[in-house]
Design a protein around this ligand. Structure first.
Ligand code: AMP
Ligand code: MG
Length: 308
């Protein structure tokens, strides 16, 4: 059988440029696959975006006040994974940080720090303990007014997984989906051991198959004040944006695991972050901070170091 040719395409979705690389039988199959995968990502963006007033996520933030509201499979899956990680991290990862995230977004735009009183008020509405999921009924309930859900720390990883699933159903076995810092890939390109991925938080290049790689850091989105650089990641314990300037890369079997873990480990710091990662099979973590880069992993490492 002749080797399948390579195709790539990119489209703007989820506030970033999403790229897809794949091997297909021919151009028609590739085009059909790109369309279906990008449409799936657009559909998820419509549901999960906190920027779009009509998104399912924002509708829930307005309507699920002290009463259970039924949500889609996708939103429930994302919130269930988020709540599990919130429990495991004592709230270092917390999708109820929306009100605080909004204030820091404004701060980045206007280039000044948020007002401390406003920050305190916003923080009082943030806690994963005020968000309740009912698995059997697939419903969401919020405890109080002023809450705002924000799945920005997990949605792109989930969308990358979902796009790969669509491609697989269309017969594309070898593909890579890249949504800014969140990547996911299926089988190796023909004739290769895996997809070559440069790890942002270290100098290594990995060759990976059927895995996801997510990087969290402040390289793009930050505000600078008093000689400090405040990242777009918030420590929910204080409401203050991170200033530790670390870059965390997580390799995991799926994007829905890698993406929120990278965000959570950024908040937890190296020591606790590595402990958290060690509890997940098939997860490797790379941390680049002011000190040296070290990696650790447990269970089946989803990739191998490349010789190149
Ligand atoms: P990421 O780029 O995946 O690390 O996600 C960062 C985004 O997640 C931010 O832009 C916020 O929308 C959201 N976020 C910020 N801090 C947290 C946190 N502690 N837990 C969960 N989501 C967060
Ligand atoms: Mg993340």
């Amino acid at each position: 059988m002749a080797a399948r040719p390579f195709f790539e395409a990119a489209e703007p979705h989820m506030g970033t440029l999403v790229g897809i690389k794949l091997y297909a039988r021919n151009e028609l199959q590739a085009k059909t696959a790109f369309r279906a995968a990008f449409d799936r990502i657009a559909q998820l963006d419509e549901m999960l975006s906190d920027y779009k007033p009509a998104s399912e996520l924002n509708r829930i933030s307005r309507t699920a006040l002290r009463r259970p509201v039924k949500v889609s499979d996708d939103l429930f899956r994302v919130l269930a994974a988020a709540q599990q990680l919130a429990e495991d991290t004592g709230g270092a990862f917390d999708v109820t940080v929306g009100p605080v995230v909004s204030l820091w977004r404004e701060a980045r735009k206007e280039r000044h720090l948020p007002d401390p009183d406003l920050l305190d008020a916003a923080l009082s509405h943030c806690s994963y303990r005020k968000l309740h999921l009912d698995k059997a009924a697939q419903t969401v309930t919020l405890d109080e007014e002023g809450m705002q859900l924000d799945v920005g720390g997990i949605a792109k990883g989930y969308a990358a997984d979902a796009a790969l699933d669509v491609l697989r159903r269309l017969g594309i076995r070898s593909a890579l989906v890249a949504a800014s810092g969140d990547l996911a890939f299926s089988d190796a390109p023909p004739g290769h051991r895996g997809w070559k991925v440069a790890i942002a938080a270290s100098d290594s290049v990995l060759e990976l198959t059927n895995a996801a790689v997510s990087t969290s850091g402040d390289s793009e989105q930050y505000v600078e004040a008093n000689g400090k650089r405040y990242s777009h990641i918030i420590d929910p314990a204080t409401g203050i944006a991170l200033t530790n300037s670390t870059t965390v890369t997580v390799v995991a079997p799926r994007g829905i695991v890698a993406d929120p873990l990278a965000t959570a480990i950024s908040v937890l710091g190296e020591h606790q972050g590595r402990k958290l990662a060690a509890k997940h099979a098939g997860v490797a973590v790379y941390i680049r901070g002011s000190s040296a880069t070290v990696s650790s992993s447990k269970g089946r490492h989803p990739g191998r170091a490349s010789s190149s």
